[in-house]
Design a protein around this ligand. Structure first.
Ligand code: GDP
Length: 446
């Protein structure tokens, strides 16, 4: 995902700025130029980038900042806030409620992943005990109904469609009526994504929307469409009242910045992202944790969610307790690595962990990161109990490092590198002291 590279570049620009002896307008401009270039390279629309730059400059006014102010912190915070603002249109989308029927209509161009996303959305809710249903109102594309039917059958979700009826409005209305009678919580209407002419596609969408009166219209966008994202999203928004965006294929090599542009065009939040072809490769999208992750600051709520989801129930309290104590020894780091390895796709978990910045777990290069973790664990296997249990990194002198290097078949530089990473993690984790650990119930709200 190139968005990860974007995060790396922005983080480097901020770090570079932090190294400057005096933070003045010139240093800020250099930092902002680097960030702008990174955003434009990631396909974020030019106007948005310019707005962001102007906003930050307005907030960080050197003439008004008294000498005592921590300019670096103010700038960092402003960058974080502006990135959040870009992704947050300021108003939440309609949220369906379990136990009440909501009609959700999906729109988007053919190939964007719309049909797959309809099923993922249904499946996501079904796993939480909802009663979802699917309606195929795409009569233009041959095979559309078969695809939806196949997906729905696999996930055991009721579906509605027709091989013979050619009027999508009629099918949509009949499907919605049928599932309303069955008291489904969610009635998901998949619409056509292609027509001979664009105008016909938009007209059909409008008619389906008017006839079914959806509570929410979700615009599905392929993250790889790049700079075209803004215009495409705007065209859909001008035809029907889009209320939310789902960005698909975030697992690929797409630049991803177009997602930011789609939010601006539709003034609607991204609610989920698609991260693979499988039904469960679908993640809730929250702006602040996402930007935190992007900037290598971790995503605590995501991490907690993952821990609740994957770590065996009886091991959760101990792991969470250690995290909340914030007193991190090498042994805890070792045990943490063990837990992480059990947690499945390692990159996904590590990127949520504060301190697992681009150095330790380079995003997009997870295999490399995984190998590094294994190497670190081998080194730690050569450590004494005293070394593993000491929270004081100073005891790790040269002769100890040489012994560990010999014992683990690594060189001293690698041992030093591991200790440096440990120190970095320990420092960040120490800030997690007193962390409020979300309960299962909080997690279910996500
Ligand atoms: P539609 O024409 O918009 O309904 O698109 P489909 O749902 O048929 O999806 C088009 C292709 O994109 C299919 O091969 C899907 O498996 C694939 N796809 C959908 N979502 C994702 C995703 O999040 N990641 C990846 N890698 N592929 C996806």
């Amino acid at each position: 995902m190139v968005l990860a590279q974007l995060g790396g570049t922005i983080t480097r620009a901020i770090r570079q700025m932090s190294k400057a002896t005096i933070v003045d307008e010139k240093v800020l401009n250099q930092c902002l130029n680097d960030i702008n270039r990174a955003l434009l390279n990631a396909d974020v629309q030019f106007q948005l980038v310019r707005n962001m730059q102007n906003n930050i400059k307005r907030i960080v006014n050197f003439d008004d900042l008294a000498a005592g102010h921590n300019k670096r912190r103010i700038i960092q915070q402003a960058i974080f806030n502006e990135l959040c603002n870009m992704l947050d249109p300021g108003k939440p989308s309609f949220t369906p409620k379990k136990g009440r029927t909501s009609v959700i209509m999906f729109v988007g161009l053919q190939g964007s992943g719309k049909t797959t996303t309809c099923t993922k959305y249904a499946y996501y809710h079904q796993k939480k005990g909802w009663k979802p249903s699917l309606v195929c109102a795409d009569t233009f594309r041959a095979g559309a109904f078969d695809q939806l039917k196949q997906n729905a059958t696999k996930a055991k979700i009721p579906f509605y469609g027709s091989y013979t009826e050619s009027d999508p409005v009629k099918i949509a209305v009949e499907g919605v009526e049928t599932f309303k009678k069955e008291n489904c919580d969610l009635i998901i209407v998949d619409t056509s994504g292609r027509h001979k002419q664009e105008a016909t596609l938009f007209e059909e969408m409008r008619q389906v929307s008017e006839a079914t009166k959806p509570d929410l219209i979700v615009f599905v966008m392929d993250s790889s469409i790049g700079q075209a994202a803004f215009d495409q999203a705007l065209a859909f928004k001008q035809s029907v009242p889009v209320g939310a965006v789902i960005v698909t294929k975030m697992d690929g090599h797409a630049k991803g910045g177009g997602a930011l542009s789609a939010v601006a065009a539709t003034k609607s939040p991204v609610i989920f992202i698609g991260t693979g072809e499988h039904m469960d490769e679908f993640e809730v999208f929250d702006v602040k944790p996402f930007v935190s992750r992007l900037l290598g600051m971790g995503d605590l709520s995501g991490l907690m969610y993952k821990i609740h989801e994957v770590v065996p129930k009886d091991q959760q309290p101990e792991l969470l307790q250690k995290l909340s104590e914030g007193n991190i020894t090498l042994r805890i780091m070792y045990e943490h690595f063990q837990s992480i390895q059990k947690m499945g796709p390692i990159g996904k978990v590590c990127s949520m962990l504060p301190g697992f910045s681009s150095e330790l777990m380079p995003k997009g290069r997870e295999e490399e990161g995984q190998a590094k973790i294994k190497r670190y664990m081998t080194m730690m296997d050569s450590m004494t109990n005293e070394e593993l249990d000491s929270a004081n990194p100073k005891i790790m002198n040269e002769s100890r490092s040489m012994r560990i290097a010999r014992g683990s078949g690594c060189n001293v530089t690698e041992v030093m590198e591991m200790l440096e990473d440990y120190k970095g993690l320990a420092k960040i984790w120490s800030k997690m002291k007193g962390l409020k650990i979300p309960t299962r119930c909080d997690m279910n709200m996500r």
